[in-house]
Design a protein around this ligand. Structure first.
Ligand code: ZN
Length: 307
């Protein structure tokens, strides 16, 4: 695969999120200055690349309602169909949330910036979504799916979720769209998304493992809404097995991320090589699923490799 992602750009994004937490009380949870600073950074980056990001406001919680917002930014489209790439922008209150989920935000943001820079033209509208309210119950993505009309829902060709993709003791997981390893498959079309990811990774010599939809990230609303869903994940609170350690290296018997939801989930907690590989993989999947005209240089190489 010809590499198109700039590792230094991913580092720059993570530094901005670390700074946002450090300057404002150590976290980037909803309705905090840390969240606002993270949002401002994402918006400024998107605007500089020519996007017109917008805030989609919502609130949640009955007794003490929290005012939160998602950020959405779109490419043009010739088909009227929409491919959504999404990552939650909020952290827990216990820490800065650099792997969970600064990593996913950096990946989605970098794909947006690179596509703009390459002048990529896609048939599908590609919508970059940065969700609020995830850590308190996936409220931002739920609101997004709820407010779609039936026609708009039908126009969604796929949702790609990117939540935790730089784990220090990583396994490469791809959401189990076809249900081969889970109780239930994703909505129709999810199996094809899983295969796109698996093929891209296999061409790089990576045998990714399937990971079931267990209602614990922003994919949930899309799955329930019947939108074909997939995505990448490198593990958080789970424990690495002996077999996984043989395949992926790292420490068996330890968590994929010992700093999950803790104060130590800082920039030092993120495996940058893993984040870079997951971002390249997301880029290739976006080229494929968004029907980008002529692909990118990297997209073409991936097709050969997977063929
Ligand atoms: Zn998360």
């Amino acid at each position: 695969m010809q590499e198109v992602v700039e590792p230094s750009a991913l580092t720059r994004h993570l530094e901005a999120f670390q700074d946002a937490a450090d300057a404002t009380g150590g976290n980037r949870a909803d309705a905090t200055k840390g969240y606002e600073a993270s949002a401002a950074y994402v918006e400024e980056q998107l605007r500089a690349a020519g996007y017109e990001p917008r805030r989609q406001e919502f609130s949640y919680g009955r007794r003490n309602p929290v005012d939160a917002f998602n950020i959405l930014a779109d490419t043009g489209s010739s088909s009227g169909s929409v491919l959504v790439l999404g990552a939650h922008l909020d952290s827990v209150e216990e820490g800065p949330g650099l792997n969970d989920n600064g990593s996913g935000v950096a990946a989605v943001l970098e794909v947006a910036l690179r596509l703009a820079e390459e002048g990529a033209v896609s048939r599908e509208r590609i919508r970059f979504a940065f969700w609020g309210g995830e850590e308190d119950g996936m409220h931002g993505s739920e609101y997004y799916v709820e407010q779609l009309s039936r026609e708009e829902t039908a126009a969604h060709v796929a949702y790609l979720n990117v939540d935790v993709v730089g784990s220090p003791n990583a396994v490469v997981f791809v959401y189990d769209g076809d249900g081969s390893d889970s109780e239930e498959a994703g909505p129709e079309g999810s199996g094809a998304i899983e295969r796109v990811f698996q093929d891209i990774l296999r061409a790089e010599g990576v045998q990714a493992l399937p990971f079931g939809f267990i209602e614990d990230s922003d994919y949930d609303a899309f799955v329930k809404g019947g939108i074909p869903t997939g995505g990448l994940f490198t593990g958080d609170a789970g424990t690495k097995s002996e077999a996984e350690a043989r395949t992926f290296g790292g420490q068996a018997g330890e968590q994929y991320d010992e700093c999950y939801h803790q104060a130590c989930d800082t920039i030092e907690n993120v495996d940058m090589a893993m984040l870079e590989q997951m971002t390249e993989t997301l880029m290739s999947a976006t080229v494929s699923l968004g029907s980008i005209e002529g692909g990118l240089a990297m997209g073409a190489a991936t097709e050969e490799g997977a063929g």
